[in-house]
Design a protein around this ligand. Structure first.
Ligand code: UFG
Length: 337
């Protein structure tokens, strides 16, 4: 597998994955429309890796330009990150999510088929696991979503499943991410949310920077050791390495496989705040508020399948994640601006 097309390659997980791929001598072609990312990311990827890559600023829905990328380049496989991902926004503007995420993926798959590229890794999410499952979540646990965003992930999983039934020469891997945080050790790339962060870690780093005053902890009455929600936080570089293993598996595998990418260990919101405070040596102001709609109490991955079949395991600790998120934020107080 020598040449890989990355959709949404300027995003948080995409950019970290590209670094790992370039470190392993893969040729990289990125497409991104910068709808939720900045052109500066591409320069940073080049600075960290010292490698060349090809970049196209195009939208997945622009089928003729997308086809042009496949015609201009030899492509062995596709890693499909591109998609909108704000849970709250998907509730208030669901059509935007269905159009972009579903239609964009269909356009990509049709273009791949037309150009005889039939290997793809798709970014799914732990959000597809329904409530009421035993912890940890296994790949065959029951599925149910609580937001249009989550539903787009589940619908794309179904589309890929059906595709592998109707066309057995496709090779598809679905990766279900748990909660990626952290940043590249260089501090040159990291998570740069537009506007007020939705997620815990970017919110904490912005509070520590003094950009935000304090954090609201959504609910302290869950059935957990301290009442706050528990998540399986995974360092984004570990997650990126998981994609490399998935890509290797694609080369000698037909049909569809699904893997959880997490650590297999959960931390509560208060655990994360305390660990983060220890790293940054700053007190984080927080207050308890109502539960956030759609949140589950506990989300932890069963990681046995990824370990056994991909030969992959997350290595980095919550302390590493907090330290690297903080390094990125300190070096880039305003993100990529
Ligand atoms: N939280 C707060 N305050 C905040 C933000 C988050 O208390 O300001 C809490 C949440 O309630 C939750 C934990 O911190 O208990 C983690 O919340 P995040 O928003 O960081 O992450 P989520 O688990 O809600 O969502 C993430 C991804 C989604 C994905 C989901 C899958 O952002 O894209 O995991 O479970 F769908």
């Amino acid at each position: 597998m020598a040449s890989v097309l990355i959709t949404g390659g300027a995003g948080y997980i995409g950019s970290h994955t590209i670094i790992e791929f370039l470190n392993n001598d893969l040729d990289i072609i990125i497409i991104d429309n910068f709808s939720n990312s900045k052109p500066e990311v591409i320069n940073r990827i080049k600075d960290i890796s010292g490698c060349k890559l090809k970049f196209y600023q195009i939208d997945l829905l622009d089928s003729s330009k997308l086809d042009g990328v496949f015609k201009e380049n030899h492509i062995d496989a596709v890693i499909h990150f591109a998609g909108f991902k704000a849970v709250g926004e998907s509730v208030s503007d669901s059509l935007k999510y269905y159009k972009n995420n579903i239609a964009g993926t269909l356009e990509l798959l049709e273009t791949m088929k037309k150009n005889d590229v039939k290997k793809i890794v798709f970014s799914s999410s732990a959000t597809v696991y329904g409530t009421g499952n035993n912890i940890p979540f296994k790949e065959n646990s029951s599925l149910k979503t609580t937001s249009p965003y989550g539903t787009t992930k589940l619908m794309i999983e179904q589309i890929l499943t059906d595709l592998c039934i109707s066309e057995p020469d496709w090779s598809v891997i679905i990766l279900r991410y748990f909660n990626p945080i952290g940043a590249h050790e260089s501090g040159l790339i990291g998570e740069d949310p537009t506007g007020l962060p939705n997620n815990l870690m970017p919110f904490l780093t912005q509070v520590a920077m003094g950009r935000l005053e304090g954090i609201k902890v959504f609910g302290n009455d869950y059935d957990t050791h301290d009442g706050t929600g528990i998540r399986d936080y995974i360092h984004v570089v570990d997650l990126a390495k998981g994609h490399l293993k998935a890509l290797q598996k694609l080369s000698n595998n037909f049909g569809l496989s699904i893997y959880n990418l997490g650590v297999g260990k959960g931390y509560s919101v208060l655990d994360v705040i305390k660990t983060f405070e220890n790293v940054v040596k700053i007190n984080i102001k927080y207050k308890f508020v109502e539960r956030r709609a759609g949140d589950v109490a506990v989300s932890i991955a069963d990681v046995n399948k990824a370990r056994d079949e991909l030969g992959w395991e997350a290595k980095k600790t919550l302390l590493d994640m907090c330290a690297d998120s903080w390094k990125w934020q300190k070096l880039n107080p305003n993100g990529y601006e």
